[in-house]
Ligand binder design. Structure first.
Ligand code: ZN
Length: 474
C-alpha cells in the first residue's frame, strides 16, 4: 500500500512539475515564482552593479533565460519583442547577495545556553526571500541534511539559494553539545576526506582545535582544492595564517592574538573578550596584524548581525519577529525585555569591531559578509541578510561599497565571480529588485520585491508570508 501511495504521489509531482528557463520546479516551489518569462526587461531602474561603481539611474536590464543579456541607459539598448516588461521606476536593482557565514540551524535559547536546531524548511527559503542567491554554510550540525537541501534546491524541490556546503564544525571539546566532531587520536585528514567525498565544498574549524589539527586539515583540504575557514579561539590569527588558513570568521572578534601571555592551543573566551575590549583601535600591534593578514591574502568574514543583539536595538534585527512561532517569539521577547539597555560592553565591542573592519578594508584587506544566525537566537535567516546592508552603512561604508562587499567579494572568494556577483552583460541573472530608492534610504533594502535566481523571479513577500509564525516549528 505504502509503495503504491508513494508511487502515486511521485507521479503527481512529476506531472505537475514545470520547466522554467531550463529549470524544473514542483508546485510547492512554483507558488513562490512571480516572474517565469524567458525574456524579461526591467526598465527605468536604478542599478547598483556590485563592482563598487556609483549607482546609475534610469537603466534598462534585459534577462534572457538564466543570463543578463544587456544592461544600459534606458532607451539605449534593444528590448526584444515579447519581453515581459517590469517598470523599475522608483526601484533599485542590486546583484543577488552572496553570504558566507550562513547556517541551516538556529540558536534556540535554553536557560542561558542554546541548542543548535536544524531549520530544514524555513531557513533555506528565508535566505532566498532575503535576497541571498548564493550562500556558504560556515559550519554544520547536520551536514548530510545541508547536502540534501542543496540537492533538493538544485532540483527545484525546495526554494533556496545556491549553496556551498561546509563540513560540520571541526572541533574538539567545547561547550556546545552539537558541535564537537573530532575526538582523541582520530585523523583530521580522514574527516576532511570523508566529507569531501560526500560533496562538501568548504571546511570550517572551530574554537578548540590545536595547531597540529589545523596544519593537517589545511593540507588535506587544499589537496582537494577546498578552502578552510575558522571561528578561532585556541589558535591566534597569526598562527592560523602561518598554518595556511584561507578565511577567518567574525572579523577581529575571534582574535586571541592580544591575550597577554596566551597559552598555546588553549581557548580562553573570557580573556579573549577582555583583550579585545582593551585593545586600542589605533594600536600598532593591531595594525601590524592587519598588515600581516593582508600580505598573506587572508579574507575576513564580517558578521555584525550576530553581535548586534547584544546591543539591544531591534528585537530581531531586520524586523523578522513575525516569522517566529509564538512560543519562540514570547521567549525571545522576554529575554530582550530583561536585557535591554543593560549590556554596555556589548555596545562597546560592537562599535570597536566596526572601526577595526573599516580600517582593515581601507588598508586593502579582503572583507566578505555573513550573518551567522546563532548567538542570542535573535539573528534569523533572510531578515538578517537585509539588515547586514544597513549595518555596513553604519560601519562607514558607502552604499556601492556595501553592495560590493556583500556580492562580488563573496563571489571572488568562492571562485564564481566570472559567473555571478555583479550586474553585467553575460553573467548569470542573479539579482534583486527592490521596491524603493536604496540611495535615498538604505532601509528600503527591507522592501525586496523579486529575487531573481538564474533568471527565475521569486516573490520575496510571498516567501516571507509563507513562513510567518512558523520559524522554530520545523
Ligand atoms: Zn557560525
Amino acid at each position: 500500500m505504502r509503495t503504491l501511495k508513494t508511487l502515486f504521489l511521485a507521479s503527481v509531482v512529476l506531472i505537475a512539475s514545470n520547466k522554467i528557463n531550463g529549470q524544473t520546479f514542483i508546485p510547492a516551489v512554483k507558488q513562490f515564482i512571480e516572474i517565469q518569462d524567458s525574456i524579461v526587461a526591467i526598465t527605468h531602474v536604478k542599478i547598483i552593479d556590485g563592482t563598487g561603481a556609483a549607482a546609475m539611474n534610469n537603466q534598462d536590464i534585459v534577462l534572457v533565460k538564466n543570463r543578463i543579456q544587456s544592461v544600459g541607459a534606458s532607451g539605449k539598448i534593444a528590448i526584444p519583442a515579447g519581453a515581459k516588461i517590469i517598470d523599475g521606476s522608483g526601484k533599485t536593482v542590486i546583484p543577488g547577495l552572496i553570504m558566507l557565514h550562513e547556517h541551516l540551524f538556529y540558536a534556540k535559547p535554553f536557560e542561558g545556553d542554546y541548542k543548535a536546531v536544524h531549520m530544514t524548511y524555513t531557513f533555506p527559503k528565508m535566505y532566498l526571500a532575503g535576497g541571498v542567491t548564493t550562500m556558504r554554510t560556515a559550519g554544520s550540525i547536520e551536514a548530510n541534511a545541508d547536502l540534501n537541501v542543496k540537492n533538493l534546491i538544485t532540483k527545484g524541490r525546495m526554494a533556496g539559494p545556491k549553496m556551498d556546503v561546509s563540513t560540520p564544525h571541526i572541533e574538539r571539546e567545547g561547550f556546545i553539545p552539537q558541535v564537537q566532531s573530532l575526538y582523541g587520536n582520530e585523523s583530521p585528514e580522514r574527516m576532511v576526506d570523508y566529507w569531501a567525498d560526500k560533496g562538501v565544498t568548504s571546511v570550517k574549524v572551530y574554537n578548540n582545535i590545536t595547531r597540529d589539527d589545523l596544519a593537517r586539515i589545511v593540507k588535506a583540504a587544499h589537496a582537494r582544492h577546498i578552502k578552510v575557514t575558522g571561528h578561532l579561539c585556541s589558535i591566534t590569527y597569526r598562527e592560523a595564517t602561518d598554518l595556511g588558513i584561507d578565511n577567518l570568521e567574525h572579523g577581529f572578534m575571534a582574535s586571541s592574538d592580544f591575550i597577554p601571555n596566551k597559552q598555546v592551543d588553549v581557548c580562553d573566551r573570557a580573556a579573549q573578550a577582555q583583550s579585545l575590549l582593551k585593545l586600542d583601535d589605533n594600536s600598532p600591534e593591531l595594525r601590524q596584524l592587519m598588515q600581516y593578514l593582508i600580505q598573506k591574502n587572508i579574507t575576513l568574514t564580517y558578521t555584525p548581525t550576530v553581535f548586534e543583539p547584544y546591543t539591544n536595538r531591534e528585537v530581531i534585527p531586520g524586523g523578522g519577529i513575525v516569522a517566529m512561532a509564538p512560543f519562540l517569539r514570547d521567549q525571545i521577547q522576554a529575554i530582550y525585555d530583561q536585557q535591554v539597555n543593560k549590556d554596555s560592553l556589548g555596545q562597546l565591542a560592537f562599535k570597536k569591531e566596526m572601526h577595526r573592519i573599516k580600517q582593515f578594508y581601507s588598508m586593502g584587506g579582503k572583507v566578505v559578509m555573513g550573518t551567522d544566525p546563532t548567538g542570542a537566537g535573535r539573528t534569523i535567516a533572510g531578515y538578517s541578510n537585509q539588515r547586514i546592508i544597513e549595518l555596513l552603512i553604519e560601519t562607514g561604508f558607502t552604499l556601492p561599497e556595501a553592495i560590493k562587499i556583500s556580492t562580488l567579494n563573496g563571489a571572488k572568494y568562492l571562485n564564481i565571480a566570472n559567473e555571478t556577483g555583479t550586474i553585467e552583460k553575460g553573467k548569470i541573472a542573479d539579482l534583486v529588485l527592490i521596491d524603493g530608492d536604496l540611495e535615498k534610504d538604505v532601509s528600503n533594502i527591507r522592501k525586496m520585491e523579486i529575487v531573481f535566481k538564474e533568471g527565475v523571479g521569486f516573490s520575496s513577500k510571498k516567501i516571507f508570508a509563507s513562513v510567518k509564525g512558523k520559524l522554530g516549528l520545523d
